[in-house]
Design a protein around this ligand. Structure first.
Ligand SMILES: Nc1nc2c(ncn2[C@@H]2O[C@H](COP(=O)(O)OP(=O)(O)OP(=O)(O)O)[C@@H](O)[C@H]2O)c(=O)[nH]1
Ligand SMILES: [Mg+2]
Ligand SMILES: [Zn+2]
Length: 215
């Protein structure tokens, strides 16, 4: 019993901080995306592609990883304002990490904030970070059954971007089954198949982002 009570209060505290983060981002006119997906699905590559296609939209990134500055260094090398958060073993970000990162970033003029969550298809969906959009980014390399096997995250997704379309043939990815799996848990989420390697499909994602958000 105690354990359940403690867990609930941790979630409640997170909700409160997320609401504060959301207000702060709203005040600054920043649209925030919580980018979630398995380790290696291509989240950082997706940020790089998105940045390339939105040269007119000032971007900042919070990079969540268990360890290392590898992803932050990749983005900083491209001139993207990036703050690295290391969870030291934690398998998801919490709103407090975002709240603590924001004052340490140069956000003047920034319009879009992408928060790359720790690679994980399970618990990141349970922790509101104060974002406007929950974006789930699986890749075909992980297999078409993932929406059925990890329904929680796909159910919460505001948008799904399916990466590594260049590998569909190589891995025997069954697109109709993947789509059916998504629709079983989330009837309305938009789905954008892309390849960060070839650039296929990236324009359609950018079009959605611009039209829906004014970014
Ligand atoms: N073939 C192919 N490879 C890709 C594509 N996108 C990313 N990759 C490769 O996939 C690997 C992982 O890409 P990352 O962008 O680092 O993935 P990530 O999700 O940020 O990884 P973590 O932060 O470690 O969870 C790298 O070797 C990329 O070059 C793609 O569209 N096609
Ligand atoms: Mg990454
Ligand atoms: Zn976790």
């Amino acid at each position: 019993m105690m354990k359940v009570d403690v867990k609930k209060s941790v979630m409640e505290v997170n909700e409160e901080i997320a609401a504060e983060v959301r207000r702060e981002l709203g005040r600054r006119g920043i649209l925030a995306i919580n980018l979630m997906g398995s380790p290696g699905s291509g989240k950082t590559s997706f940020i790089e592609r998105t940045h390339e296609h939105l040269p007119d939209v000032p971007l900042a990134v919070i990079e969540g990883d268990v360890a290392t500055r590898i992803d932050a260094d990749r983005l900083l090398a491209r001139g993207i304002e990036t703050f690295q958060v290391n969870t030291g073993g934690g398998c998801h970000l919490v709103a407090k990490m975002v709240q603590d990162a924001l004052p340490q970033m140069r956000l003047d003029g920034v319009r879009l904030l992408i928060i790359e969550n720790v690679g994980n298809l399970i618990c990141p969906g349970a922790y509101d970070l104060g974002e406007a959009i929950k974006l789930v980014l699986p890749s075909v390399a992980e297999g078409h059954d993932k929406p059925r096997k990890y329904p929680g995250l796909f159910q919460k997704a505001d948008v799904v971007v399916l990466n590594k379309m260049d590998l569909v043939e190589a891995v025997g990815f069954d697109m109709p089954d993947f789509i059916a799996g998504i629709r079983a848990v989330n009837v309305s989420t938009p789905l954008f198949p892309i390849s960060c390697k070839t650039g296929e499909g990236v324009e359609a994602w950018i079009g959605w982002l611009r039209s829906g958000t004014g970014a």
